[in-house]
Design a protein. Sequence first.
Length: 67
Amino acid sequence: MEDRVIDLEVRLTHLEAAIDELTATVLRQQRALATTGEQLEFVKSLLAELAPDAVRPLSEETPPPHY
């Protein structure tokens, strides 16, 4: 019986370590995604300033000639 309890404690310890590692990974990815979103918005604003008419909403785009 004691061996089973020790085995469960070892498994629990490993699972807790895995959860901590996964949490850290998710937090890193969340930060990276937020940074990427901010950079994308910055690039979009630069494009809009450089050529305001070059970037139109998709609804205003004319279909390609082969349609």
